[in-house]
Design a protein around this ligand. Structure first.
Ligand SMILES: [Zn+2]
Ligand SMILES: [Zn+2]
Length: 181
């Protein structure tokens, strides 16, 4: 079965990683394991923005991709950005194999609200499925309930399901046939 490896970026809550390890295979037909190595984010920090450049994380990940890796998903708890945007929840290489997501702006506390660990895990799962979808060549979906719907605010993530709509799902199935061949 196709295997997604989770790569922690710096310090990440063990319970967040464990929740993803269990829940990603419920949303996508894949196996999931947590890597014991971590990626040090120090070199992708940009003091002028006090944020971490997500594209540079994807670049650094290339060196860590092994032939047996199907998809490598970096999990961060840092404020990520790309130069043209104020922030991003995550970023992926279209067609794979690498993607990154961050819990940083998915926390209720970030918006001045009370912590909600269950909601945080759900949002991180939805973002993970979304970015993994991009690594499978999926683009944004018009169905707001689909994991591939675009979202520029956390409220939009809450509207999504953690699964793909039937049309995105069938695109992935034809794609994974290609990946396996
Ligand atoms: Zn997207
Ligand atoms: Zn869809």
């Amino acid at each position: 079965m196709n295997l997604v490896h989770l790569l922690p970026v710096g310090k990440v809550d063990a319970s967040l990683l464990e929740d993803l390890r269990v829940s990603i295979p419920r949303s996508l037909h894949v196996a999931c394991e947590i890597l014991h190595t971590t990626l040090d984010p120090a070199s992708v920090y940009h003091a002028e923005r006090q944020q971490y450049h997500s594209s540079e994380i994807l670049q650094r990940m290339q060196a860590q991709v092994r032939p047996e890796d199907w998809r490598l998903l970096a999990i961060a708890d840092l404020d990520l950005y790309i130069p043209i945007l104020k922030y991003v929840f995550g970023e992926a290489q279209m067609g794979g194999p690498c993607a990154v997501v961050s819990a940083y702006r998915l926390r209720q506390e970030f918006y001045g609200l009370d912590p909600d660990a269950g909601l945080l895990s759900q949002r991180l799962l939805k973002e993970s499925i979304h970015e993994l979808g991009h690594t499978l060549d999926l683009r944004h979906c018009q169905d707001y309930r689909c994991a591939m719907a675009s979202s520029h605010a956390v409220e939009w993530i809450d509207l999504r399901e953690s699964t793909l709509c039937t049309s995105c799902q069938s695109r992935v199935e034809s794609k994974s046939a290609l990946v396996r061949s």
